[in-house]
Design a protein around this ligand. Structure first.
Ligand SMILES: [Ca+2]
Length: 181
């Protein structure tokens, strides 16, 4: 698989998870729904504290993506992939600058017992927010914790996210963090 093919496949999978309502376009309501669901599954109120910050961060992420794609209401898969390739592929500093803060909020909301780690249940809750099927989520967990129990610290979670968005290595566990399907 050449690099472009790999990136298209990887960002294409992310597109599918973000298109929560399955309309074939990324709309503001997809982002809203993903964040709200993550809150609901974690027992966090979406109108207060970290829940509210997460919903707002997702709204802002959609606005920024829509601006970059020149598609204010709905971003198609091709446009999404093009923006990701342009902004993030091979540019970890762009992740740290623009997206790490959203990852921190996801971590905060999904780490229900606040022990500073995401275990398998926390992680599956995160992916369930996007409607990732359970077997696809469990396979992601296996790739992230090949030797046993998942116990992802905040930095590790961000490192996998950075690998997903910016990395060019199909074998990196982060490549599969949004599910294997
Ligand atoms: Ca949609």
């Amino acid at each position: 698989m050449d690099l472009n093919e790999f990136l298209e496949d990887k960002y294409g999978r992310r597109f599918v998870t973000l298109d929560v309502n399955g309309s074939g376009l990324l709309e503001p309501e997809d982002y809203e729904e993903a964040a709200t669901r993550m809150c609901a599954l974690s027992g966090t109120r979406p109108d207060l504290g970290s829940g509210r910050r997460l919903v707002e961060a997702y709204r802002a992420a959609h606005r920024s993506l829509a601006r970059a794609a020149g598609a204010p209401y709905g971003i198609g898969r091709k446009e999404f992939t093009a923006v990701m390739c342009d902004r993030l592929a091979g540019r970890p500093e762009a992740f740290d600058h623009g997206m790490a803060a959203v990852g921190e909020l996801v971590f905060e909301v999904c780490d229900i017992d606040r022990d500073g780690f995401l275990d398998e249940r926390d992680y599956c809750r995160f992916l369930a927010g996007y409607g990732v099927p359970r077997d696809a989520a469990l396979e992601a967990v296996r790739r992230l914790a090949p030797t046993g129990r998942l116990r992802l610290g905040r930095e590790e979670f961000l490192a996998h996210s950075r690998d997903f968005y910016c990395g060019t290595d199909p074998a990196a566990p982060g490549t599969w963090m949004f599910g294997v399907f």
